[in-house]
Design a protein around this ligand. Sequence first.
Ligand code: CMC
Length: 431
Amino acid sequence: MTDKNATLSFSDGSPAISFPILPGTIGPQVVDIRPLYSKTGHFTYDPGFMSTAACTSSITYIDGDKGELLYRGYPIEQLAVNCDFLEVCYLLLKGELPNAKQKSEFVTMVTNHTMVHEQMNQFFRGFRRDSHPMAMLVGVVGSLSAFYHDSLDITDAHHREVSAIRLIAKLPTLVATCYKYTMGQPFVYPRNELGYTANFMRMMFSVPCEDYKVNDVLVRALDRIFILHADHEQNASTSTVRLAGSSGANPFACIAAGIACLWGPAHGGANEAALNMLEGIGDVSKIGDFIKRAKDKNSGVKLMGFGHRVYKNYDPRAKLMRETCHEVLEELGLHDDRLFKLAMALEKIALEDDYFVQRKLYPNVDFYSGIVQRAIGIPVSLFTAIFALARTVGWIAQWNEMISDPDQKIGRPRQLYCGAVRRDVTPLATR
Ligand code: CMC
């Protein structure tokens, strides 16, 4: 608690009330309004949680004005170049980076859980071949709770840990299976001698009639995509996971809820939408017309991959993604890639345009990640599922933090009711 208070006064003569101000380690302080309703009979009104902190957390910090992202205090720029994805998973889950022994034990534990129950393959066969991967993923992740009864006791820290490892380990297998199913190719089992990301790429791209050679540059690029998407504090899908978990629902069900929320085009679906937008624009000569439509509120068009609720500066993840984009296109001999050139021209024009400057709209992580994924060979319809794979560790770390918090309560927002006042039902014959 700070020694500051905030006082709320009312113009109708009701007594003023004081609220304590709570500090974090960095970032905005919060006015603790928990007793507001019991003391005044008023709620606060904040659709979209524009000014509301719904929890305390020690996992991820974002300074939107500076364009800074920290996982457990470490800047994303340093993690992206010094660590691999499983080290970042360890950090998010446990609070500290692992030493060599801890890393090796963690990698072994994750590796030992990469297979999914064989019965799950029957589930996939029930879907239409043209199902969206996210439609399948919501279903199969939720249904993991039907297979792993031995890790569902959320009051048991060991169960929670096993569920977290299972989710992190099995998501690559499930996402690759979604892809193989839509392609009509045989499912590929994990190979435990490969690293996490190389294993995922092999499950995606190998076929029985041909060996798959893992390309280290592409593995590193995808691993970086995973690191950049691993957590992002209380965004819509993470808040969904917390809200679902606050009722005591099991972790697999909660992560399925997060996946459903992530699917929307304003959230995880934006990388898919950004790439489709670039395809739609087609040529640098059409950018002017597109920007005009993106600025027109009646057009329904937005510059996808631009703008962010929290970042009012260049998203630090977008910078790293643009760098990775260069590396991957270079490796694949695609330096003349049409969409990358178009994206860079579009970015340059938008960053100089008054509309975007005044509203502090900058590229976010999704602006370039689609181009990298497409170059790697990942189909557009799978982009959001890749995001879900990477974000699973963030969701489960946040879920675990919430469950372990002794102050945890079921989430229950209130409302400003604007509907009909009490009235009587008239019989059907007289309506
Ligand atoms: N193109 C054109 N105008 C925009 C855009 C855009 N991409 N984003 C925001 N605006 C305008 C918006 O119309 C509003 O204008 P005005 O003040 O004149 O009414 C102003 O900028 C503020 O926008 P907002 O919608 O109030 O901001 P928000 O915080 O509610 O929305 C956002 C944030 C990410 C949903 C939005 O910027 C957006 O839809 N961007 C495109 C989708 C996208 O790239 N999403 C990925 C987000 S990053 C990945 C993730 O973390 O999930």
